[in-house]
Design a protein around this ligand. Structure first.
Ligand code: COA
Length: 466
């Protein structure tokens, strides 16, 4: 079977941001809650002339330019997003239109692709569908590009407001990739009809059941991880010895990151699940200093577990204790911490958050001097509504060619801090496209929505500012 995976990736992050201290002061929140409880210092905010389509096109153009790719090299261009601009017209068609302003009209005509939607998990489905397209040799020697692009926008004053952000990641999927090859036959999913987070038609901000969505994320990823484990053992990808956990064979973790702290909690949940039946657990329990609590009804629903307040309180106490142990911290520092750096200074990117995490992991592990060759990354992707996908990949010996030039600060560029008043004006959409805060440079921007006649309603025009 062909070796397929991620050859390279490029990011685009809007340069506007709000600082957590200003935000905390304006909302009367303890800044320590944002810095430590959530794990956010800066939230990227889209300018008036930026939308998920032009951010996606900007990330894609960077990816193509740095790899000297021509449209003829690309057979598929997918965009995964939960910030759709049209009920029918796919977001990738806008991106193609923008790219053809640079590469020439009709240069992508031979290619294909769709917009994918399933909250924050759809990018992972898009990656695997395209990897399989290449494995099936339907690709005529061409590569695929998957772009994940979103603006996370919540109501002013809501608990979700401090988990906002904006940005895109474009991923190049190829045979014999330089960066990471997907482990074959182990990608695993779960799916269930849920209402933890959703955005009904016409509504700009989501309806969120925050606590429920947190727990559902943990449970769904754990279930997908169990399915992954079954496949990894069955295919012989991982062979467990007595007393070992599958997480021992995952060298690095990259998980869905609505905010930094959620990544830390997801790791804690997964390790507890994997370790509690192993001999090492008694040493963990000794260090935590309390037994692990169990719910009144261990086979109950998420609602019944959440309603079991006694258990929830005890479990929170145990989880906090566990996250302080040397056992957790050793794994956290070695396998996850680097993936959370970008989230702290950018915020939530919905579909793009886990892939920005991957980017962060690669850059900061490289800067630490870690040899990543043949290291296995385990991914825990979650989308509300809800579905989770767990998969893994091996970092290739050629990874340094791609990672050595990664520099988050340089790539975001000089950032502009918004006052809370300016941010709120942008949030209420009070400034028009022609009244952008920043001066665009070498990027696509939105210049017009709608035309002079009714048949041009919703018509979006973009321009490349050189
Ligand atoms: N100093 C330090 N930490 C503090 C603090 C303080 N003064 N005050 C509170 N905290 C901590 C809490 O203990 C908690 O930490 P823990 O998770 O380790 O227990 C954390 O800050 C969050 O506070 P909490 O009050 O539990 O939650 P919240 O009401 O602020 O809501 C979300 C947090 C994430 C639920 C909310 O922002 C949200 O709904 N976001 C959108 C949905 C989402 O992202 N879901 C994720 C799954 S996809």
């Amino acid at each position: 079977m062909a070796v397929v995976g991620i050859d390279d990736l490029a990011i685009y992050v809007p340069r506007l941001y709000i600082d957590y201290k200003d935000f905390a002061e304006a909302r009367g929140i303890d800044p320590q809650k944002l810095e430590y409880g959530i794990g956010i210092k800066k939230m990227a905010i889209a300018d008036t002339n930026q939308d998920p389509a032009c951010m996606a096109a900007n990330a894609c153009l960077k990816l193509m330019q740095k790899n000297h790719l021509h449209p003829q090299d690309i057979g598929r261009l997918y965009v995964a997003t939960e910030s759709a601009l049209d009920e029918s017209k796919a977001l990738n068609s806008f991106v193609i239109g923008m790219l053809e302003q640079v590469y020439g009209e009709g240069t992508f005509e031979h290619a294909g692709g769709i917009e994918c939607k399933f909250a924050c998990v759809s990018g992972s489905y898009a990656l695997h569908d395209n990897a399989n397209w290449i494995r099936a040799e339907e690709n005529n020697d061409k590569a695929a590009i998957v772009i994940v692009s979103d603006i996370a926008k919540y109501d002013i004053g809501s608990a979700g407001e401090y988990t906002q952000g904006a940005g895109s990641v474009a991923l190049l999927i190829k045979e014999n990739p330089r960066l990471m090859a997907f482990d074959p036959k182990v990608a695993s999913t779960v799916i269930k009809n849920e209402y933890d987070f959703y955005r009904p038609f016409g509504k700009e901000t989501p309806l969120v059941n925050g606590g429920y969505s947190n727990l559902l994320y943990l449970i769904q990823v754990r279930k997908a991880f169990d399915a992954y484990k079954e496949k990894a053992l069955k295919t012989g990808l991982i062979k467990l010895k007595e007393g070992e956990a599958i997480t021992d064979y995952i060298d690095l973790f990259s998980v869905h990151l609505p905010y930094r702290r959620m990544g830390e909690k997801a790791l804690a949940y997964l390790l507890r699940h994997e370790w509690r039946h192993l001999p090492r657990w008694q040493h963990v329990i000794k260090e935590v200093g309390m037994d692990e609590p169990t719910p009144k009804d261990p086979r109950g629903t998420i609602e019944s577990i959440l309603a079991d307040t006694q258990f929830m309180k005890a479990d929170e106490q145990f989880r906090r204790g566990f996250m302080q142990t040397s056992f957790y911290n050793e794994v956290y520092e070695r396998k996850m911490a680097s993936s959370l750096e970008a989230s702290t200074v950018i915020g939530n990117l919905y579909t793009a958050s886990m892939y920005m995490g991957l980017r962060s992991l690669l850059e900061f592990e490289y800067k630490k001097g870690t040899d990543l060759t043949n290291k296995r990354i385990g991914f825990g992707s979650y989308g509300s509504g809800s579905s989770a996908m767990v998969f893994s990949g091996l970092i290739q010996p050629t990874y340094k060619d791609v990672v050595k030039d990664m520099d988050l600060d340089l790539e975001i560029g000089p950032r502009v801090k918004l006052s809370i008043e300016e941010y709120e004006r942008l949030h209420r959409n009070e400034r028009g496209f022609s009244d952008a805060v920043t001066n665009a440079q070498r990027e696509f921007v939105l210049v017009k929505v709608g035309g002079s006649t009714a048949d041009k309603a919703g018509f979006r025009q973009y321009s490349y500012v050189s």
